[in-house]
Ligand binder design. Structure first.
Ligand code: MRU
Length: 344
């Protein structure tokens, strides 16, 4: 397990490690209201698809317990409004919408006592958190078998304990291989513009004693051409039915480079990241973020005032993927068949 808590429910508050402050400060944000949680997701105080799902569920529960009414219909209407606010925070990671649906399903349980519905919502949010840790452990166990001893694994963005309820998806695979005694080294890409690799992946692996080297995004091709990478393992924000997937901007370029150098390219993600309603990658909405993320680094302007693009994610076509590691099984080509079998 990691040595910190990404998010927890405590004394009717949601506590999360403030990822905008890492690695310089390890401080925790106390969310008192659902608006605080929505703001934290938007500002990326908490980020990473599974962690966003947990935060969304806890935000909905936090909003619900504060509703003061004895009218059941009014209560349900308010919970739906709160859910809409939470779901409008970020568009790409499907775990947000998955968690929202799961929380709303609690309202269909036909429980008439409002206090009991509130208790169930809090319980469901905590279940989502607990299950996520277990799911990541299973992803780690299944994925670690693909990683040979003495491997160098390249990862992008942060798909670690910070991006989940704990343990991580891609970094769960690394963590599990490492805990099993394999000699594993990680190369983390910096991940401009938000620097999740430099600030978060490097911090989390270093803190847990897993060897990590940091490179800038533009170094990937060179490092691969020198034979310095044995496998790529990274996470996903949304996987379409055919295996195409959205992940942090830069993932697509890494997949092309991995393919051209014959390096296995693994995607590690929970089944909740698969959007079975989405036929292919081109249907996945891509979040555009503030241009200041590109023109500035940690508050300092590094570019003149010109036109800027800032898509936060890109789409990698399934033909660039060696396999998708889930908590149930490793899925290989044909992905459309393998992914559909996961929910049979
Ligand atoms: O914008 P972010 O930091 O939320 O993006 C995160 C990623 O792209 C991760 O790789 C993905 O969510 C998987 S996290 C287990």
């Amino acid at each position: 397990m990691s040595s910190f808590k990404t998010i927890e429910w405590k004394d009717n508050k949601v506590i999360m490690i403030d990822q905008t402050k890492l690695p310089n400060e390890e401080v925790y944000l106390k969310c008192q209201t659902y608006e605080d949680v929505a703001d934290a997701i938007k500002r990326m105080v908490i980020r990473g698809a599974p962690a966003i799902g947990v935060a969304a569920a806890m935000g909905i529960a936090l909003g619900a317990i504060k509703i003061e009414t004895s009218d059941r219909a009014k209560f349900l209407g308010e919970v739906n409004k709160i859910t809409d606010v939470i779901l409008a925070t970020r568009p790409t990671a499907v775990n947000l919408f998955w968690a929202g649906k799961r929380m709303l399903r609690v309202l269909d349980e036909r429980e008439s006592n409002i206090n009991q519905i509130k208790t169930r919502l809090v319980q469901e949010a905590n279940n989502i958190l607990e299950e996520d840790i277990e799911i990541c452990r299973n992803i780690g166990r299944i994925g670690a078998e693909l990683i040979k001893d003495n491997s160098v694994v390249l990862t992008h963005c942060n798909a670690g304990a910070l991006a989940t309820a704990g343990y991580g998806t891609a970094l769960g695979v690394v963590r599990c291989a490492y805990e099993a005694g394999k000699n594993i080294k990680v190369i983390a890409t910096e991940t401009r513009p938000f620097l999740q690799g430099a600030r978060l992946t490097a911090w989390e692996l270093h803190k847990d004693g897993i060897p990590v080297s940091l490179i800038t995004d533009s170094m990937v091709g060179h490092i691969m051409s020198k034979g310095m990478v044995d496998a790529v393992v990274l996470g996903a924000d949304r996987i379409a039915r055919n295996g195409d997937f959205a992940n942090k901007i830069g993932t697509y370029s890494i997949s092309v480079l991995a393919k051209s150098h014959g390096i296995p390219f693994y995607v590690a993600a929970p089944i909740s990241t698969i959007d079975y309603d989405c036929p292919e990658g081109s249907s996945i909405p891509i979040e555009e973020r503030d241009t200041a993320e590109v023109t500035h680094i940690l508050g300092n302007r590094i570019a003149p005032d010109v036109n800027v693009y800032n898509p936060a994610f890109d789409i990698t076509p399934s033909e660039n993927i060696s396999s998708i590691i889930t908590e149930k099984a490793v899925v290989r080509e044909p992905f459309i068949k393998g992914l559909s079998e996961l929910i049979k």
